[in-house]
Write a protein that binds this ligand. Structure first.
Ligand code: FAD
Ligand code: DLZ
Ligand code: SF4
Length: 520
């Protein structure tokens, strides 16, 4: 065929630097963008996540057109829309008489599997190119991982620091002589902590149209549709980033683990949605952070902490995902089979910390890291919730959720379902941790200081129930094994009280009604 090169650009590939566009000019290529039912419903995404992706896609298509590109844009409600990437690519190849399909690899395993079948299904050659928006290639991660039992993030992170030169001195040593300043980043919240507001962006005509579409087509999906304020263009995302580097990065480090009732953002960047769909580039953000440090606008612990989240954790979980899939999605090392409670969807629980985390999730399609890890995640771990149900929940409810980043965090970081390849020990904690790092407990109906009985904070007995039922697996773990000496010292009567309280609480949990996360 002699037609143009067809370049499918997916909903998380909204970057001008995309490898599939490199070297092409508007005269060579037709870009294909597709809103498809399969992607909008493989889990029932939060309404704001669908608005974010469709609106950002429509804005990106307009920007490309303004630069002279030919863009075929398939809207969700176009009667000819087949509902799948494969169906839409096949139609576009035929419509355009495409000479080649050139695409950047998918972010998710499921989509990549489909993409790899295109070569057999289509009448033209298909090239799948690496996603160069990440700092580490799949091969680099494999080289790092091969032969290691635990894939400790810290060592990978140091490699990324050396590779990028971020916060490195000319003698090859890390700035400040320490690679990781996490120990300085554990301040509890102080009094009436008020952080500068995060910029929000009022819906323009395009976003308003998408909001109406999502309201009509996805009424039973979780989450508040409005107010919607996420950045949907690169210009908006840059404005949000600038505000973070001007106003909040200074305190990002110290208060990274703090939690305050009613507050979702604190000093966090709120940039994950823009990063994950391609509006912002990870390196440009890290360079801006380093500049803030060099210009004396932010301390090293904040800047190192921010850079570590991006070139450390973000790159690491992406490498880990591709290295361990498809097994990671099925892993269940701790044999956890309890259904997810209904309150993860409704927020209807007396546990004040959990109710607040579900509230922010419903209102904003966001919760910050420590809420996801130490409240919601810790609960799922110690209550023994089935990894499959927890994965579906996290994938559905957060606007920044894509499986490559969600799954390692859920299966590896919170649930230890991968058997400890990602985290060297389970992040299990009693109510004491939440009390120390938040203002949640004071007004809770449960008493955090009470260990057992109907008024005890449920995290307390659940913690010991978790330890006791997983003893055989965890006792030999050098980071957690010693806790069993404390358990043994309690004696049978006290242990019995803990186990009975935990079981009563677990029996009282109402399982989620079917159909919240996936269509039945
Ligand atoms: P900040 O606190 O400002 O951090 C800066 C950036 O660092 C983030 O934007 C993000 O890109 C990166 N980052 C920080 N922590 C992580 C991490 N653990 N893994 C990967 N990147 C990280 N993040 C997602 O982007 N998508 C997800 O689906 C997702 N699921 C998660 C599930 C669980 C169980 C946990 C514990 C964490 C998850 N995270 C996920 C990581 C983290 O919670 C979010 O990236 C963060 O809350 C986004 O808000 P922010 O942009 O304000 O982050
Ligand atoms: C998450 C999502 C949604 C809701 N809708 C679309 C869509 O209609 N079109 C599209 O190109 N991408 C969408 N996405 C993102 C994909 O599901 C998927 O997460 C990425 O392409 C990564 O493989
Ligand atoms: Fe959460 Fe327990 Fe504190 Fe209540 S007492 S807010 S349940 S940690």
């Amino acid at each position: 065929m002699t037609g143009p090169i067809l370049v499918p650009v997916l909903g998380d590939q909204l970057s001008r630097t995309l490898s599939s566009l490199e070297g092409l000019t508007p005269g060579d290529a037709t870009i294909l963008m597709m809103e498809v039912w399969d992607e909008a419903t493989y889990v029932k995404h939060h309404k704001q996540k669908i608005v974010l992706i469709f609106s950002a896609m429509r804005h990106f298509a307009d920007e490309l057109r303004a630069d002279g590109w030919q863009v075929d844009y398939m809207t969700l409600d176009d009667p000819a829309n087949t509902g799948s990437f494969t169906g839409e690519v096949a139609r576009a190849v035929e419509r355009r008489g495409a000479s080649e399909v050139r695409v950047t690899e998918a972010g998710e395993w499921r989509v990549q599997q489909a993409m790899e079948e295109w070569a057999d299904r289509l009448p033209c050659p298909v090239s799948i190119l690496p996603d160069t928006r990440f700092i580490a290639s799949h091969a680099e991660f494999r080289t790092f991982a091969e032969g290691r039992k635990h894939l400790t993030m810290e060592y990978f992170y140091r490699e990324m620091r050396r590779k990028t030169g971020l916060l490195m001195r000319s003698d090859g040593k890390p700035e400040g002589d320490q690679w990781n300043l996490d120990a300085d980043n554990r301040e509890p919240p102080k009094g009436d902590m008020k952080s500068p507001p995060v910029p929000t962006f009022s819906p323009d005509a395009i976003t308003a149209e998408v909001i109406a579409l999502v309201s009509a087509r996805f009424p039973d999906h979780f989450g508040d549709l409005e107010p919607f304020g996420w950045p949907v263009t690169r210009a908006e995302a840059l404005e949000a980033a600038e505000a973070f580097f001007k106003q909040r990065i200074e305190k990002f480090g110290p208060y990274q683990d703090a939690m305050v009732h009613g507050s979702d953002d604190l000093y966090h960047s709120m940039l994950s949605t823009s990063l994950n769909i391609g509006l912002l580039d990870p390196l440009e953000l890290c360079e801006a952070a380093e500049t803030a440090y060099r210009e004396g606008r932010a301390p090293l612990n904040s800047v190192e902490g921010f850079i570590r989240q991006i070139i450390g954790w973000r790159e690491y979980v992406r490498g880990f995902y591709w290295y361990t899939m498809p097994g990671l999605a099925e892993a269940n090392e701790l044999n956890a089979h309890r259904p997810l409670p209904e309150f993860f969807w409704t927020g209807d629980t007396d546990m004040r910390c959990l109710a607040d985390c579900v509230r922010t999730t419903r209102e904003d399609a966001h919760a910050h890291h420590i809420q996801r890890l130490m409240v919601l995640g810790n609960f799922c771990l110690i209550a023994g919730i089935s990894p499959r149900e927890v994965q579906d929940w996290y994938l559905a409810v957060y606007a920044d959720a894509f499986e490559w980043v969600e799954l390692p965090n859920v299966s590896g970081m919170i649930l230890y379902a991968d058997g400890g390849r990602l985290a060297t020990k389970p992040y299990a904690a009693s109510g004491n941790y939440i009390n120390k790092m938040s203002d949640y407990c004071g007004k809770c109906r449960y008493k955090v200081a009470k260990k057992t009985g109907p008024d005890a904070c449920p995290f307390n007995p659940l913690y010991w129930h978790f330890m006791d039922r997983n003893r055989a697996r965890l006792e030999s773990n050098h980071r957690i094994g010693r806790i069993f000496a404390t358990w043994d010292r309690m004696g049978e009567a006290k242990q019995g009280e803990y186990l009975e309280s935990a079981e009563k609480f677990l029996d009282s949990l109402e399982p989620a009604r079917k159909g919240w996360a996936r269509a039945e």
